[in-house]
Design a protein around this ligand. Structure first.
Ligand code: ADP
Ligand code: MG
Length: 608
């Protein structure tokens, strides 16, 4: 198969409006100066410095929730427990062996990360309500654990801890801690922004949209979710570490379920999936909480935690009328970043399949039962290399099910499937994708809210290694450029490079199908499986698709497609397999199929 490099005129992004970019920059610099300058002014009372410190600590925890809940869709009501693990681990090491501050940070990160890994391994497979309930359960369990261990001072906790000391500088006052806390917030926020703007980040954003999707381009979904869980816990651990040195004491109270709920409220107020929304949410909730704590008791004439009632009501109103939180409103003040141009880049590695020269795909007596329904019944056929084979049949014939058996989305109840000489029945979808198979879905699966280009770049997942740490530190730019360039090339092939910066869900359904084909092509597959690729396309678009598929075959790619449109298939396929009620009734060249009496009878109707 030869690689085709097409010049990408339309890939160059529209020129950014110079004034917009300048205003963005000016706003960013003003914000950084404001945050950095706050403690320098002695006129700012200690009270506000302390407020700002707590906002910073909360923001760190909420940053973790942005990744966990906002991006990956995993609900957690247990983040405060991870703050607690980080805090107790640091405090314990500091009070027992007098360890330096950097060592207590590392120790806290290791202990929290380890606990999160174990808890994640047990709970992360659960979904929806079950996961949320499980997080509440271990959050309570850890809270009572902190209060019961004698070495941790039970409910009194540990006190009289040493002050923070880094590089020989002691940070005794809140004012001194301020710089460190906000440097941590800035650094972690920057790292998270970088991560989300990279291949691992794209994969994380795709997780919410189902396992079938992420596994189809080779991602181990459970491992990825567990990693996110650990990362979110580590951010909470950093907050716990800072808390210990700010308070110079630690007890279980701030790590209970109440605190965890407050973090979730901050997340929602800030806007769920926005990195800097975490800071906004933490600030708004903390400031409002303090105001309510003083105003409400004097208004009502009695003491009590009335602010929690107001928070509850506020949350309901917010979820009803502004489910996106405060961030979208603030976002409007900042001009949009112009889309970045796709730069020319060396191609990614090709993925060549080594096979013996026999058929590329072999199904032998494959069957699939759903309860009482035999959806696929003893189906056998082969697909030779560099051929287009079409699987046709009336609705409900079992075509999509056969497809899902081949790609590993479903496991076969009977029979064998071989890809080249490798048996693949029983392998998970991601392993099959790794062998060089790519697919599209009958019901299009794109990640909404992400650009067309980013959606297609997901397909390059297996063609280059990606690392969360390298991405967070922005050391992955060269391979990122390669991925985006490959994605743009794939879009050019399906004729959609003009729309690469559009949001994926804004496209017409037919175009979304083409984006899926581009995503599959970006993985450089040996075998491409397309489920009803022509559905929703107009006549001219169908012709363009047919010539694209023929060109791919000419380059050596093998294709298996499920299709309804007989004309489309007859002019294109080398071989047609006909299924009816789960059984294969015919298999031959288009001419043979057209003459086949059983096909005319079953598929076209007896008088066709
Ligand atoms: P086709 O793609 O040829 O239209 P399908 O493979 O989607 O047909 O479906 C074949 C049969 O299997 C249908 O009767 C369908 O209702 C059934 N079926 C498909 N998927 C499932 C499933 N996950 N659970 C139960 N029944 C299913
Ligand atoms: Mg189908």
């Amino acid at each position: 198969m030869k690689s085709v490099d097409i010049p990408l005129q339309s890939a160059v992004a529209p020129a950014s409006s110079g004034r917009g970019a300048t205003r963005r920059r000016a706003l960013q610099i003003a914000l950084i100066l404001l945050v950095a300058g706050l403690p320098l002014s002695a006129a700012i009372p200690e009270f506000w410095i302390s407020q700002a410190n707590y906002i910073g600590l909360y923001a760190l925890v909420v940053l973790g929730l942005v990744l966990l809940t906002g991006v990956a869709g995993l609900t957690s009501f247990g983040q405060a427990a991870f703050v607690g693990i980080g805090a107790y681990a640091s405090a314990y090491l500091s009070s027992t062996v007098g360890a330096p501050s950097w060592a207590t940070l590392l120790f806290g990160l290791v202990v929290t990360g380890g606990c999160a890994y174990v808890i994640g391994a047990i709970t992360i497979r659960m979904s929806g309500h079950y996961l949320a309930l499980a997080t509440i359960a271990w959050s309570l369990a850890l809270y009572y654990l902190f209060g019961s261990i004698a070495a941790l001072g039970k409910y009194d906790g540990l006190a009289n801890l040493a002050p923070m000391s880094l590089f020989g500088i002691e940070l005794r006052s809140g004012r001194a801690m301020y710089g460190l806390i906000w440097a941590c917030v800035g650094l972690c926020g920057w790292g998270l922004c970088n991560l989300l703007d990279s291949q691992p980040g794209r994969v994380m954003r795709a997780l919410k949209h189902g396992r079938l999707l992420t596994e189809s381009f080779g991602v181990d979904t459970v491992a990825c979710k567990r990693l996110i869980f650990v990362l979110a816990a580590m951010l909470a651990s950093v907050a716990g570490w800072l808390y210990v040195y700010l308070q110079r004491a630690v007890n279980p109270t701030p790590f209970g379920l109440n605190a965890s709920l407050e973090y979730v409220i901050m997340l929602i107020v800030g806007g769920m999936a926005n990195v800097w929304g975490a800071v906004v949410g933490a600030a708004l909730v903390k400031l409002l909480q303090d105001q309510l704590q003083t105003v409400l008791p004097s208004l009502l004439g009695m003491a009590g935690n009335f602010e929690l009632i107001v928070f509850g009501a506020m949350l309901i109103v917010l979820l009803r009328f502004a489910p996106q939180g405060a961030w979208p409103y603030l976002r409007r003040l900042v001009p949009d970043r112009a889309p970045r141009p796709v730069l020319a880049s060396p191609p990614l590695n090709r993925r060549t399949l080594h096979h013996s020269g026999g058929p590329l795909l072999t199904l032998t007596d494959v069957g699939k039962r759903f309860g009482g329904l035999q959806a696929v019944d003893g189906v056998s056929f082969q697909v030779a290399p560099a051929r287009i084979v079409a699987l046709i049949g009336p609705n409900g014939a079992g075509k999509s099910t056969t497809f899902n058996l081949i790609t590993g989305a479903l496991s076969a109840s009977a029979g064998q499937i071989a890809f080249g000489t490798t048996r693949i029945d029983g392998l998970p979808a991601r392993e099959i994708a790794r062998l060089g198979m790519a697919r599209t879905f009958q019901h299009v699966k794109l990640v909404p809210g992400m650009t067309v280009l980013d959606n297609v770049a997901l397909g390059t997942q297996l063609r280059a290694p990606s690392s969360v740490w390298r991405s967070a530190l922005r050391l992955d730019r060269a391979v990122e450029r390669q991925r985006l360039h490959e994605a743009a090339q794939a879009l050019k092939r399906v004729g959609l490079d003009g729309l690469m910066h559009a949001e994926a869900s804004s496209l017409a359904l037919g175009q979304q199908r083409l984006v899926e084909i581009a995503r599959a092509l970006a993985s450089d597959p040996s075998l491409l499986l397309l489920d009803e690729p022509a559905a929703g396309l107009r006549h001219l678009e169908k012709q363009a698709l047919a010539s694209l598929l023929a060109a791919l075959r000419a380059e050596g790619m093998t294709l298996l497609l499920v299709e309804h449109d007989m004309d489309f298939v007859m002019g294109l396929a080398d071989r047609i397999v006909v299924m009816v009620y789960g059984k294969k009734i015919a298999d031959g060249s288009p001419a043979e199929i057209q003459r086949h009496p059983a096909v005319r009878e079953a598929y076209l109707g007896s008088d066709a």
